[in-house]
Design a protein around this ligand. Structure first.
Ligand code: NAD
Length: 489
């Protein structure tokens, strides 16, 4: 059980660290983050081993989906953070004549980051570094499945020389997460399942704590008949089976144009025979990580078969390793086409028209990532413009989320709020919109007293600004207004 006084101490020491850290300039904060980047690069082998072992992940995935995107994001922020967090000049209109306007970004306070197990390094460190650069202290609660990665992150931050208590890693599961929320951090950044996300949001609402929710997906891949079929086959197999499908942005629904459907399916079947599946860390993909997920995968397959789906592969399970499962004759009444799988299932469905492909892709409670395949980029862009998704990739899968300058986040049941890019720092900032009135008059037009002449002037102003009047009329109104304004001096 979480110890209430220890949690309170974590929060209060984090607040003390915050008061010092927020005084540092962005460039000073960047220096710490650069040190962290160099330490990560120096300790690659031990980091890969820790991630692979904790998350049951092949070592290539530790490199590709944890370490590489984290370093890329840090490097990006080292250069961009000072610009992103600098005050931004804003426009003023005629109504605010003789004013300046700008937005400034200030640190929020103590940020609670709750991370999942599947990319335990990236999905903890990227929000952690973003929150630090914006001037905050961080409490990280890693997944109970990957506590060693939490300890590793604490050790790396220590080695990078980050001030004491600025980053605190608290181990534990759901109960610990709930207790930390009750202790009233200033913001919660949650990555995980939709069910847990709803609980986090409800708990945060009690104290009006803002939340970002990065939740699950059911990502569609749409392949048109004019796509590079061999390339799309490679991407579909990678997108569905990398990390045994345990990515939030895995390809979970494959829609292929009917003209190339049979060719596509037979090429997929050929391609999966080349996969190296098993428990060794040099395989292409390995085990399913929890019994809960294994149960869900089994349930989805049984549900699909009961509703008429055709299995194209044998179901081969060795311990917790599921070999790729490919199904056709699937429809949206089946769980595996409507609920997140988070496992190595690839359901494939044909479509006839662009409109049908869009409708199928959008017929989902989720909206995280999507991919569209066509040699006609304009057509692919037209399709993307109609998709209800937070992120989309044309002619590739998954790694679009690693572009550090693009905002990342889902829509619908995939969550809300963004990070990465400028949004990644601003989401951890207080954004203050400031106006400077440079008028020297005794009073402003909108101040008391409310006289008949003021009402006439405001009406004149409305006509002057928003009505379609001849220029002559406008000049007349302007002169009347100016006479009134002079009386305010
Ligand atoms: P999970 O929801 O079981 O756990 C995530 C984290 O939330 C863990 O640290 C857990 O201890 C904590 N938690 C659970 N209930 C909580 C509560 N009531 N209060 C506070 N904390 C609580 O998810 P998981 O199995 O670790 O991760 C897999 C899920 O995460 C999948 O649905 C996947 O799609 C999603 N995910 C989303 C993204 C994204 O960026 N959108 C990225 C990775 C994973």
């Amino acid at each position: 059980m979480p110890n209430a006084s220890e949690i309170e101490k974590t929060l209060s020491t984090a607040r003390v660290a915050f008061t010092q850290w927020k005084k540092k300039t962005v460039l000073e904060r960047v220096a710490y983050v650069s040190a962290l980047r160099k330490i990560i690069v120096k300790n690659l082998d031990s980091i890969i081993a820790c991630i692979s072992e904790s998350a049951n992940k092949v070592s290539m995935e530790a490199l590709n989906s944890d370490i590489l995107p984290t370093l890329e994001m840090i490097k990006y922020y080292e250069k961009q953070a000072p610009k992103i967090l600098a005050p931004k000049k804003k426009k003023t209109s005629f109504l605010f004549y003789n004013h300046d306007a700008y937005v400034e970004y200030k640190a929020l306070g103590v940020v609670l980051i709750i991370a999942p197990w599947n990319c335990p390094f990236q999905l903890a460190l990227v929000p952690l570094v973003s929150a630090l650069l914006a001037g905050n202290a961080v409490i990280l609660k890693p997944s109970e499945i990957t506590p060693k990665v939490g300890d590793l992150i604490a050790a790396l931050c220590h080695k990078a020389g980050l001030p004491k208590n600025l980053v605190q890693v608290v181990l534990g599961g759901k109960d610990m997460g709930e207790a930390l929320i009750q202790a009233r951090p200033d913001k919660i950044f949650f990555t995980g399942s939709g069910g847990a996300g709803k609980n986090v949001m409800a708990a945060a609402a009690k104290n009006m704590i803002p939340v970002v929710l990065e939740l699950g997906g059911k990502d569609p891949m749409i392949v048109f008949e004019d796509a590079d079929i061999d390339r799309a086959v490679g991407a579909a197999v990678y997108g569905a089976f990398a990390h045994a499908g345990q990515f939030c942005v895995a390809v979970e629904r494959l829609y292929v144009h009917e003209l190339v459907f049979e060719e596509f399916v037979s090429k997929i079947m050929k391609r999966i025979t080349t996969l190296n599946v098993g428990t060794a860390y040099d395989c292409d993909f390995g085990p399913i990580n929890t019994q809960g997920q294994i149960d869900r995968i089994e349930e989805q397959v049984q549900d699909a078969l009961a509703k008429g789906a055709t299995l194209l592969t044998d179901i081969i399970i060795q311990k917790s390793v599921w070999y790729p499962v490919v199904l056709k004759n699937v429809n949206h009444k089946m769980q595996l086409m409507s609920e997140e799988t988070f496992g190595p299932l690839l359901p494939i469905m044909p479509f006839k028209t662009e409109e049908e492909a869009v409708a199928l892709a959008n017929d989902s409670p989720y909206g995280l990532n999507a991919s569209v395949w066509s040699r006609n980029i304009k057509k692919a862009q037209r399709v993307v413009s109609q998709l209800e998704t937070g992120n989309a990739y044309i002619n590739d899968v998954i790694k679009n989320i690693g572009n550090p300058d693009l905002p990342f986040g889902g829509v619908k049941q995939s969550g809300f709020g963004k990070y990465h890019g400028a949004d990644g720092l601003r989401t951890f900032s207080i954004e203050t919109a400031v106006m400077v009135n440079k008028n020297q008059t005794k009073r402003e037009i909108n101040w008391f007293p409310y006289t008949a002449e003021l009402a006439k002037t405001v009406r004149g102003l409305i006509n002057f600004l928003y009505a379609d009047l001849p220029l002559r009329e406008k000049i007349k109104i302007f002169l009347t207004m100016r006479r009134f304004m002079k009386t305010l001096q």
